[in-house]
Design a binder for this molecule. Structure first.
Ligand SMILES: [Fe+2]
Length: 218
């Protein structure tokens, strides 16, 4: 079954905003202090893994939920979906490299391991950015007239389910931070009322504390 009028798909570009800046910021923070205290290495390496895992599960959700539906329902657009599949594989290789470099830096934070980590994050960005652009331009409008809202919303559910319980509010704070007031209101409006309250009273503060440690920790 396919829908005729476009469904709401703006959350894809919204979540992409997080990925568009997370790894560049991480690389800057490692470059600013390649061999910091053990506590800082642990915090920052866990943060980098957190972002890499979020991206991994974001793509996993698209591979398992969205792309099979597009392949089945709009076979005329196979060239587009194949291109994205190829890009996902390339990004996966870059995520694997960054995860390995991050583990290496965590076990021995030297200028060499820091350099390898920042190079891997730069490499990830160079395959990720054109991919996000392509997906937003070529796939999201196609999906908007091909899948149902329920099918589309399963992507966000898959992403949320992949985040550890103690990190969900922090992830939400990270996603909201770069957004315009309109997009922020939209994302908050999608939360069930008890979760919205939890974010307002606990999550926002949790994220601000986390972000302060991230950006000013040594
Ligand atoms: Fe995506």
């Amino acid at each position: 079954m396919s829908s005729t009028s476009p469904i709401e798909v703006r959350d894809m570009a919204i979540i992409h905003k997080t990925f568009r800046r997370a790894f560049e910021e991480s690389a800057q923070l490692v470059r600013a202090n390649p061999s910091p205290s053990a506590g800082r290495v642990t915090f920052l390496s866990l943060h980098i893994d957190f972002g890499l895992n979020m991206l991994h599960y974001h793509h996993e959700g698209e591979d398992e939920i969205l792309y099979p539906l597009l392949v089945e329902r709009v076979p005329d657009h196979a060239a587009r979906t194949e291109q994205i599949d190829h890009e996902h594989q390339e990004v996966k290789g870059a995520i694997d490299n960054a995860q390995a470099a991050c583990a290496q830096w965590r076990s021995a934070a030297t200028s060499e391991s820091a350099e390898a980590l920042t190079t891997s994050l730069d490499g990830l960005n160079s395959s990720l950015m054109p991919h996000l652009d392509n997906e937003e331009r070529e796939i999201v409008p196609l999906a908007a007239v091909t899948v149902t809202q329920k099918e589309w919303d399963a992507l966000a559910k898959h992403g949320i389910a992949s985040i550890p319980a103690n990190k969900k509010l922090i992830a939400f704070g990270m996603i909201l931070e770069p957004l315009s007031a309109t997009d922020r209101t939209y994302m908050l409006s999608n939360l069930p009322p008890p979760v919205k309250l939890l974010y307002r009273f606990v999550g926002e503060r949790q994220w601000k504390k986390y972000a302060a440690s991230l950006r000013s920790g040594t």
